[in-house]
Design a protein around this ligand. Structure first.
Ligand code: GLC
Length: 530
């Protein structure tokens, strides 16, 4: 694989297909809609698109319950639409990454229908079936991530099946070589169609404890946390054998040229980095969600970046994520002013950045009225703030009644300010967060120091985090003010002067007095150092 290949240099942009662009007026986005909006991605300057699932699905979990791994749900279009989309994506020099959901299928998948049909069906052990506990009831205490027990009893065959998520999402049995072979063929199906890689759903879940031991209680559990947090998922996830499974997928990708394997992993850093695999035989990019859970404080983030940089195995490539379809939007978490600082952080750290559609518009908190709720998690555990609908609202393109997203009624509400918070309006505004994103991406593209350069920590205190990126002779300083007050930062020793390349603020410039940089409230800057 070439050094500094596309998935190291490039920026990944996640699209949630239901919410990007509708082309047929049903209020739900589709593949043809995405194709029609490729201009936006090219204009923005991103390198790769990752699509959340578009496969045939009963949509119990909006496509993360797959009923056929090798097709397209009619809501999203057809395989012909997919082929046309990938052709145009490639025609523009972009890459296409698709979602792969190997932990579970839909309960409507043909494999599961067969599996549940009788105990001696050849597909019975494609899923995780277990007798009731000796005194009756579920085999162990494993919970569903969406609340309630992780086991559902099947009356007809007298056993329980395990589902880490909804009961409509039975877990596959990855200990079964036939499952592995079938799923490898799914990967090949899409690789042959030209996809450039996969984002693998809940990859750390694939193997479970062979003895099905109970998970221990979580001593830190509090009532305002999701049900799943009652126990520590130490026997139901992150088993040593999972690395063999991932290496198997990786070998399939390696049959093709320069494809990328990205793993979704919510684990502490020391566990996360094991997913690069022994001798880097695992995921190329184990998704790094640490910024999502970190308090938005300069010192904490600086410490995190240092720790992460130090934890990556030799030859491993870092990556950073600020948001996705499961997490509260960045602007809702840190506010609009700091969302601009966050954008600069994401796009200037060492490692592949993954952006989430709509973050370039600064979409923040969106109220979802109770009768508009869609997310099954919110339905199962209502009113506690776990629902994911707010981060899945439609992309806003223009000031027309449905923001150019659909001619029908959008499946989730738009933001109340969609008349001004939309691509058409914000493109023309030099002070918009959209313009900032575009400039940051352009800057990253122009300066290899920002994409593939070295990272050198420079300064961290309670309010400011500053670091250098270096490549060849070039030295850039990124200084980020995490506070709403003005701050000063010392320039690195021995630096003769500095030019401002970009500020997150729309107008004016930060001041450089001798060896000191004066940052305005909520300002981030990139400087070229002499
Ligand atoms: C992942 C997906 C999430 C889905 C879950 C079950 O976490 O990102 O949206 O609900 O897996 O597939």
């Amino acid at each position: 694989m070439p050094e500094n290949t596309w998935w190291k240099r490039g920026i990944v942009y996640q699209i949630y297909p239901r919410s990007f662009q509708d082309s047929n007026g049903d209020g739900i986005g589709d593949l043809e809609g995405i194709r029609r909006r490729l201009d936006h991605l090219a204009w923005l300057g991103v390198d790769a698109v990752w699509l959340s699932p578009f496969y045939p699905s009963p949509m119990a979990d909006f496509g993360y319950d797959v009923a056929d791994y090798c097709g397209v749900d009619p809501i999203f279009g057809s395989l012909d639409d997919f082929d046309r989309l990938i052709g145009e994506v490639h025609g523009r020099g972009l890459k296409l990454i698709v979602d792969f959901v190997p932990n579970h299928t839909s309960d409507q998948h043909e494999w599961f229908r067969e599996s549940r049909s009788s105990r001696d069906n050849p597909k019975r052990d494609w899923y995780i079936w277990h007798d009731p506990a000796p005194g009756g009831g579920p085999p162990n205490n494993w919970n569903s991530n969406f609340g309630g027990p992780g086991w559902t009893f099947d009356e007809a065959t007298g056993q329980y099946y395990y589902h880490a998520f909804l009961k409509e999402q039975p877990d596959l049995n990855w200990r079964n070589p036939k499952v592995r072979a079938a799923m490898h063929d799914v990967l090949r199906f899409w690789l042959r169609r030209g996809v450039d890689g996969f984002r693998v759903d809940v990859i750390w879940h694939l193997m479970k404890d062979e003895g099905f031991r109970d998970n221990p209680p979580n001593p830190a559990y509090q009532a305002d946390q999701p049900d799943i947090n009652r126990t520590l998922q130490i026997h139901s996830t992150d088993q040593p054998e999972v690395h063999g499974v991932i290496a198997g997928m990786r070998r399939v990708l390696d049959e093709f040229d320069d494809r990328v394997l990205i793993g979704e992993i919510y684990l502490p850093l020391d566990r996360l980095v094991t997913y690069y695999g022994e001798n880097l035989s695992g995921a190329h990019l184990p998704f790094n969600f640490q910024l999502i859970h970190m308090a938005w404080r300069a010192g904490d983030i600086a410490a995190l970046v240092e720790e992460y940089e130090g934890a990556i195995p030799p030859g491993g490539w870092p990556n950073w994520v600020l948001g996705n379809h499961d997490q509260t939007r960045i602007a809702a978490r840190v506010g609009e002013a700091q969302a601009r600082v966050a954008a600069m952080l994401l796009l200037t750290l060492r490692g592949t950045p993954t952006m989430y559609y709509g973050d370039e518009l600064g979409i923040g908190r969106v109220e979802i009225p109770p009768d508009a709720v869609q997310d099954p998690w919110e339905r199962n555990e209502p009113g506690l703030g776990f629902g994911r609908d707010p981060q899945r609202t439609p992309m806003q393109w223009d000031d027309s009644p449905s923001a150019g997203f659909t001619t029908g009624r959008p499946w989730l509400p738009l933001t109340p300010d969609h008349g001004t918070r939309n691509v058409a309006a914000m493109r023309e505004d030099p002070g918009s967060i959209l313009t900032l994103y575009r400039r940051l991406i352009e800057l990253r593209r122009r300066h290899l120091a920002l994409s593939v350069g070295d990272y050198v920590g420079a300064h961290a205190d309670g309010q400011v985090f500053a670091y250098e990126r270096r490549f060849g002779q070039e030295r850039l300083l990124v200084a980020l003010n995490f506070s709403h007050a003005a701050q000063t930062v010392p320039l690195p020793e021995g630096v003769a002067g500095a030019q401002v390349l970009l500020s997150t603020l729309a107008s004016g410039e930060p001041a450089i007095h001798g060896q000191e940089l004066a940052l305005r409230p909520d300002e981030g800057v990139v400087l070229a150092l002499d």
